[in-house]
Write a protein that binds this ligand. Sequence first.
Ligand SMILES: Cc1ncc(COP(=O)(O)O)c(C=O)c1O
Length: 365
Amino acid sequence: MSRNTRAVLHGDALRHNYQMSKQRTGQAESLAVVKANAYGHGLSWVVRTLHDADGFCVASVDEAAEIRDMNVHQRILVLEGIQSIEDAVLAQALGLDLVVHHHTQLDWFKAACCDLSSITLWVKLDIGMSRLGFNAQQIEAAWQSCGALSQSRILMGHLAYADDLDSSDTARQLARFEAIRSRLRPDRVSLANSAGILAWPDSHADLVRPGLMLYGLSPVKGRSADEFDLKPVMSLRSRVISVRECQQGDRIGYGGSYTCPDRRQIAVLAIGYGDGYPVAASNRADVLIRGHRCPVVGRVSMDMTCVDVTVLESISVDDEAILWGGCLTADDVAQSSGVLNYELICGITRRVESRPLLDQDASLR
Ligand SMILES: Cc1ncc(COP(=O)(O)O)c(C=O)c1O
């Protein structure tokens, strides 16, 4: 790959983080959330690496079909459920688990005329996010309608505030869920995402849906991934393609948003927003080169990013630059750039070469 911009992927870290979900939640099934190309980490690599996971969650029937094509026989849950009559037919043929959050989906099931008796329907209760799901008045009818299609039903909810340990909203959401659970008496229920798994034991229930934590980022505000014993899965790396000396007053990049205060050594890296490195990192984030944190200067452009490497005793074209990895975590970069950590990792684009770490690559750890 001539640009030499790579996402180095640590399979042992991914497996470790999945085990953290299992350890925290006892007997619960842990369904690894791998939507959006496994949060930018590569769907097929993640699914193969977690080949013995209890199951997987995706956003759409198309994503689920991609996983079934890999000969995966475990449970695959489609979090947004079917979007058409054709989806209903395909989901039934593939034996997918389906979220049901809207009565239109029930109409599509009926129109598709397929036998759903062996399909598990996850009936979604809106416990306060006002996004998907039936409210407290609608849920009983939806539960009965799903029961007419399949006896295998799970009552599910989704936590909207679990990342905030100081918020009283999660306790309120749990109470709303409990009130409906005691009315409907489902055999199985599911509530917890990563933050629920790590910080809200009362949300664990029968099946959990870990996403962000699998990739080694923190789902809880003010707490590091390390505090939860999570290990970073991706390290984003590129190379120096040019080094130049700039003088006092020289302005760097499009729009000249950085002006050199004195003589500065500036290195240009072969990575930019076309690779998923965010413009928001401009003049805010650091990059690791030769073990030092070097600040990003000027606006990140599509293919290149400039960093101030004046602190380095020496620097050469072709030196490696670590955008995140090692002691500079993706959480650090997200925080200093002011972007959501989820958005940062999901933004990695196809032109970044994925390089699963092999045992002999000790130097990349
Ligand atoms: C319904 C549902 N469950 C679980 C998850 C996983 O969440 P997290 O990545 O915070 O663990 C998501 C992610 O968006 C989701 O939409």
